[in-house]
Design a protein around this ligand. Structure first.
Ligand code: SF4
Length: 357
């Protein structure tokens, strides 16, 4: 049973976050935003993989300078990620982003925050107030010693609460909250505390989760636990990996919790062993990413050899099974031809596309 927290609805372009809207998936580009073509290419890859929203770093004026064009060409709403320089926030809003993220740990001057809030109100732009454990612990001055004795979740919630005073004074409620840590237990604690105290929608995620295997476990445990408790309105699965992996992982979490209906192929594959004649890990990874663009709840098996290949193929809508010199294609459990290893992914996608069209 999933009891969604009753959160306010916040519009981020065409996407609604909170208020019972479907939980949205987001990721962040990891190329320089000012390298417009590379950035746009990555935005499109993320959107094709299933991202509902894409966030971009805008550390310099050269980054906000290209935002207008990126916004115009992006298939999904864009979010400007702002740290340290409130000017970047104003520039991003003027360029047409649907949301900005502000870090209360490094944009602190009240008059400047108010100016950003007013600009967002004028342009219909939402704001995520996002604290990270790193910037909370880095608080300087006389409070540092005291801070270090306080539990991190409490410090983070207090920081957000103080920052939100500025927003309520400006009568601005298009707000989303996040408090990102690097540990599972802290993440669960801080988001539970946020859900208890505020009715703004929550953006779930980690500040630093780790490489693929570490990050997947951490994200699945913490975000899965919170979502199962009804906490969370949008998520980013942070991974030190291709951001497309973040999108695929976020969707898997939602599918497996029954919070999103699978609308893309599920790829079943064997672990491979000494009988397999191709780099199956690479083949399956590429297939997973390419098949995510097909919007149909199909089961696709990719098997390393004839030992278990035909058996799995019989259970799948489509299958690719490695033979000694070629790969065998299956459709609905029946042989559908052979293909050289070099072109097998293209052939598989073609076969699946024939059905889904
Ligand atoms: S299907 Fe073949 S390659 Fe894959 S694990 Fe089984 S025996 Fe090995």
């Amino acid at each position: 049973m999933f009891l969604r927290e009753n959160t306010r609805a916040v519009s981020v372009g065409a996407v609604t976050i909170g208020g019972g809207a479907p939980i949205s998936v987001q990721s962040m580009t990891n190329v320089f935003t000012h390298q417009k073509e590379a950035c746009l290419e990555q935005i499109k890859r993320l959107a094709a993989a299933g991202a509902d929203l894409v966030r971009l770093a805008v550390p310099g004026p050269e980054d906000t300078a290209v935002l207008k064009e990126l916004v115009a060409q992006s298939p999904v709403p864009l979010i400007g990620d702002v740290h340290f320089h409130f000017d970047r926030a104003l520039e991003a809003v003027a360029a047409g982003v649907a949301k900005i993220r502000l870090n209360p740990g490094n944009i602190t001057e009240r008059a400047k925050v108010e100016q950003v809030i007013r600009s967002c109100a004028d342009h219909g732009v939402a704001i995520r107030v996002g604290v990270n454990s790193g910037s909370i612990r880095a608080r300087s001055g006389s409070s540092k010693k005291k801070d270090s004795q306080e539990p991190l979740p409490k410090l983070m919630v207090d920081k957000i609460s103080a920052y939100l005073d500025i927003f309520s004074a400006c009568d601005f409620d298009q707000v989303i909250l996040s408090a990102k840590c690097s540990q599972v237990r802290q993440t669960v604690q801080v988001y539970r505390a946020l859900a208890e105290r505020f009715d703004f929608p929550l953006h779930l995620g980690f500040t630093a989760a780790g490489v693929l295997e570490t990050g997947l476990v951490k994200n699945s445990l913490a975000l899965g636990k919170l979502l199962a408790e009804g906490i969370g309105d949008t998520l980013r699965v942070s991974l030190t990996a291709d951001p497309v992996e973040e999108v695929l992982a976020a969707k898997e979490i939602l599918y497996n919790l029954g919070l999103r209906e699978r609308n893309e192929p599920e790829v079943i594959s064997c672990p491979s062993c000494g009988r397999c004649r191709v780099d199956l890990i690479k083949v399956v990874r590429q297939a997973r990413i390419r098949l995510a663009r097909i919007k149909a709840p199909l089961r696709v098996a990719i098997m390393g050899c004839e030992v278990n290949g035909p058996g799995e193929a019989a259970e799948a809508d489509y299958a690719l099974c490695m033979g000694p010199k070629k790969a065998l294609l299956y459709r609905n459990g029946q042989p559908a031809g052979t293909t050289p290893f070099e072109t097998m992914l293209d052939e598989l996608i073609k076969l699946v596309n024939e059905r889904s069209e």
